[in-house]
Design a protein around this ligand. Structure first.
Ligand code: DQA
Length: 143
């Protein structure tokens, strides 16, 4: 079963965007790392990024219909998008909410997630290394 990794707004600018917070790895490098991790485990991984909320909602519908496990870094939408939450709620396979930074030691508006209580688990603060960890967990527990 293919694992999807969906990244939301501004994550396409990884490497250039606030490197002190998000590190120097680019989105292309991150995608490659996820695909390679999956390949080592014999699982297909597809990584996508969008700055458009409706596009992410459509991708979540696709994962819901396909029964695919998902790693989701919804970026800022994490904190307020009921549309993304409602789409995530429709997933039937496990969902891992992921944040590169530790959102809990940042601004108060980042402390609340509308996704955490519909996610299977949450990874935050491990940098981009969180992604292969999440892929590994899904490969063992869901794929
Ligand atoms: C983020 C944290 C969010 O608060 C922020 O809006 C992002 C990235 C992270 O990966 O740490 O865009 O999800």
């Amino acid at each position: 079963m293919k694992i999807f990794v969906f990244n939301g707004p501004n994550l396409g600018r990884l490497g250039k965007r606030e490197p002190a917070v998000y590190g120097s790895t680019t989105h292309a490098d991150l995608a490659e790392l996820c695909v390679r991790t999956g390949a080592q485990l014999g699982v297909e991984v597809e990584v996508r990024q969008t700055d458009h909320e409706g596009e992410l909602v459509g991708w979540l519908h696709e994962a819901a219909d396909g029964g695919n496990p998902v790693v989701l870094n919804a970026g800022a939408w994490t904190h307020y998008s009921i549309a993304v939450r409602d789409a995530a709620t429709q997933l039937t396979a496990p969902l891992i909410e992921l944040h590169i930074s530790n959102v809990h030691k940042r601004e108060p508006f980042r402390h609340h997630s509308v996704l955490s209580d519909v996610a299977t688990g949450v990874v935050a603060g491990l940098g981009v290394d969180g992604y292969p960890l999440a892929v590994r967990w899904l490969a063992s527990n869901a794929a």
